[in-house]
Design a protein around this ligand. Sequence first.
Ligand code: ADP
Ligand code: ADP
Length: 238
Amino acid sequence: REIALSTTDLRVFYNGTKEAIHGVSMSFPKNKITALIGPSGSGKSTYLRALNRMNDTIDGARVTGEITYEGVNINDPKVNVYEVRKQIGMVFQRPNPFPKSIYENIAFIHRREGIKEKKKLDEIVEKALKQAALWDQVKDNLNGSALAMSGGQAQRLCIARALSVKPDILLMDEPASALDPISTMQIEETMSDLKKDYTIIIVTHNMAQASRASDYTAFYYSGDLIEYDETSKIFTQP
Ligand code: ADP
Ligand code: ADP
């Protein structure tokens, strides 16, 4: 089985000393959804944020051990974290659309990267919105404000924005926990459609969601990975 990303003896230290992740080694299979579960404070989010270097560059943590992507240890100060984040994208717990139009939420990143042609930007926006299963609802309202969207639609827009950069891997930190049950189901369906093209790693405290929506489940407890297997095996009744 092909591996998209792996860590070897990954440790995360906050405030210089507090070790929040105690040497986790695990591999994420390509084109699968892996759920990270465990009680609040067990380190799921910390581990997830280490994977695209948010922990050390944004949260001020110290991270040791290896994060291997495409044969390279990306936990290295010489690695360009902006390039890492183009390959390993992130969707956050709370939808965080920019205070711009729906269209501009996606187009502006690409214009900043040098794509000026309107037709090309239109294509990027349409493709991303289709992948996030949002196109049909918003195609007649692309100039509407993203801030006027419902929570579920705003989260899909954030997924579309992340996908528009064409990452390999999508990290999702409790992507549905701020949403109503119907939007939650829709996000789960979208994830399942996306896995033919992406590897997805999702943090959730919702066991039912992990059991419904993931292929593999990793159980964290107190900063340790204590179980990792196919989801169907983890949730089998004894
Ligand atoms: P969750 O459990 O849903 O991930 P938390 O409430 O634990 O959310 O954390 C919310 C934010 O606060 C995160 O950005 C996290 O990094 C930060 N945080 C959590 N615990 C601490 C702490 N002990 N000291 C400083 N920041 C923290
Ligand atoms: P989970 O996602 O499983 O709820 P977290 O990764 O948010 O767990 O937190 C793991 C541990 O690290 C907790 O003890 C939390 O308080 C601590 N922590 C998280 N973020 C920070 C931070 N930014 N600064 C200091 N401590 C933090």
